[in-house]
Design a protein around this ligand. Structure first.
Ligand code: GLP
Length: 245
């Protein structure tokens, strides 16, 4: 585990984008595992800027996203499919046929999860997986629970996550209660994992996940066992562990 301390959100985003850019330069047809949430937005903005400056070519890049809300169509403005188009795909020269996100409106969970695991496998695995961290330590939508779930699965969101994500919806009732998420195996099998974290509201999750025991109650803690895991976090997110660095 490598921890890179950044000054603030801008600095986190710049550092993370540089790491992703080097992946794309080294392997133009790489598979990027992508994340949603507010944490990676700045990273995506930096990648778009690099593309616009002629420094990056996404034409051969393939992507696989972590998760999607159950019940939202790809056109819904809070779906993760919409998020990815709006925050990255529409602004770079990626072939959108090479981008993958679980289908939120497939009602047969078993079928959709099996399909998505097959997609990940058919791509030959993920070269670099980008992650955010939920305030309760979740990664993707792998919520705190009694055991790590390996494959893509349908998950019931915890109250904490519903509350944390409510800010993006008009009312509490509009927040989806279920999601499809890549499982822990999909994340751990990536060659490299890069997590971006900022803000004091993540400080406890950072401490629990990376300075405590490996436990499914703090899902991000599994990354302590990953062979090539890099955490880029700002000073606020590292505030509870600064004496341990
Ligand atoms: C959602 C996503 C996660 C993300 C988390 C944190 O629950 N499924 O992938 O890491 O939110 O979001 P934010 O970055 O907005 O704090």
């Amino acid at each position: 585990m490598r921890i890179i301390s950044a000054k603030d959100y801008q600095d986190v985003s710049r550092k993370a984008a540089n790491i992703i850019a080097s992946q794309v330069i080294l392997k133009p047809n790489c598979v990027l595992g992508l994340a949603t949430g507010s944490s990676p937005v700045g990273t995506y903005q930096q990648l778009i800027a690099k593309y616009e400056a002629g420094e990056l070519d996404f034409s051969q890049v393939r992507t696989v996203n972590l998760d999607e809300y159950v019940g939202l169509t790809a056109d819904h403005d809070q779906s993760y499919a919409y998020f990815m188009r709006h925050n990255l795909f529409d602004h770079v020269n990626i072939d959108q046929a090479n981008t993958n996100i679980p289908c939120g409106v497939e009602p047969d969970a078993e079928k959709e999860c099996a399909r998505y695991d097959a997609v990940i496998e058919s791509m030959g695995g993920v070269d670099l997986q980008l992650l955010g961290l939920g305030p309760n330590g979740h990664i993707g939508f792998n919520e705190p629970c009694d055991e790590f779930v390996p494959g893509t699965h349908r998950v019931e969101l915890t109250e904490a996550t519903i509350n944390a994500n409510a800010r993006f919806f008009e009312s509490m009732d509009d927040v989806p209660r279920f999601a499809y998420t890549m499982g822990i195996r999909g994340i751990m099998q990536a060659d490299k994992v890069l997590m971006v974290v900022n803000g004091a509201n993540k400080a406890q999750a950072v401490k629990d996940c990376f300075f405590g025991s490996v436990t499914p109650q703090a899902p991000g803690s599994i990354l302590q066992l990953h062979k090539n895991f890099t955490l880029v976090a700002d000073e606020a997110a590292l505030s509870l562990v600064k004496d341990l660095l």
